[in-house]
Design a protein around this ligand. Sequence first.
Ligand SMILES: Cc1cc2nc3c(=O)[nH]c(=O)nc-3n(C[C@H](O)[C@H](O)[C@H](O)COP(=O)(O)OP(=O)(O)OC[C@H]3O[C@@H](n4cnc5c(N)ncnc54)[C@H](O)[C@@H]3O)c2cc1C
Length: 296
Amino acid sequence: MNEAVKSVVIVGGGTAGWLTAGIIAAEHQANSNQGIELTLIESPDIHPIGVGEGTWPTMRNTLQTIGISEIDFLRCCDASFKQGSQFIGWVNGQENDNYYHPFVAPQGFGQANITGYWQQHCNQIPFAHAVSVQPHLCDHGCAPKQKQTPEFAAVANYGYHLNAAKFAALLQRHCTEHLGVNHIVDHVEKVNGAIDSNIDSVITRNHGEIYGSLFIDCSGSNAILLSKHYQIPFINKKDILFNDSAIAVQVPYDNPEADIASHTLSTAQSAGWIWDIGLPTRRGVGYTYALSLIHI
Ligand SMILES: Cc1cc2nc3c(=O)[nH]c(=O)nc-3n(C[C@H](O)[C@H](O)[C@H](O)COP(=O)(O)OP(=O)(O)OC[C@H]3O[C@@H](n4cnc5c(N)ncnc54)[C@H](O)[C@@H]3O)c2cc1C
């Protein structure tokens, strides 16, 4: 990091804010006198979205960098393994219409493209089933690793399903207690600095002016630094992204002893699609849809 950057201020305490804080604090020793000073400001008025419950495999590396043990993470966040997604009913809506997007790359990926062989010899089998072992693990309810596999190591590549609120709480605890992040709960009301230059400071309602040499905007759709201060316009993609609404609910298992799916179930609907994510304690289910296609 540039010598001039001695203090970093992050605006926003959702998953983006706390993950950013964790990575910067760990990589630039915010908990030592020689390291940078790192402050995260979070508004008491605006709650984080808190609905993201599925991660990519890169989260393993992120957690390792931040210094959170995998066992602590799994226990604190009611987390389970995610080996990919299964898309149900997306092709023709018939009984066996489903295919996987697994996290293990196709056999020989990077050395040979076996798509042609699949098309020629076995296109009756879904592509992922033909070229990757992972859909078979998911179908048989197998985990991506064994009990004795070390933390973060994989036999089959995996990410996680997790309780987003518990994850944010764990990140906050770890960042403030172990990584030296200053946490300020306050609303940023004004940004100081010329629009064609760096930000000098932000003004909060109760803690006054907070200075920094680098400011990072993690304020979600409020985009207080990027949009309100630098006036970078929001680019609307409504013309190509039809789904504009979502509802999310948490439901108990019918049978608490039932296996937990280690992949996200994504089922096509007439107005969008439904996700179904299995945590050890409950399922997280949601419907993402195009409002214009709902007829009541
Ligand atoms: C239906 C749905 C499903 C999703 N599923 C997934 C998923 O499975 N996996 C995944 O990775 N992602 C998923 N996402 C996306 C994910 O939820 C979001 O990208 C993520 O939660 C956004 O986090 P954030 O920290 O950027 O913003 P937010 O959670 O919106 O947090 C914004 C923060 O900024 C603060 N703030 C705002 N204004 C100010 C101010 N003036 N002063 C001080 N603080 C301020 C707020 O207090 C808050 O702490 C999903 C999103 C939706 C809508």
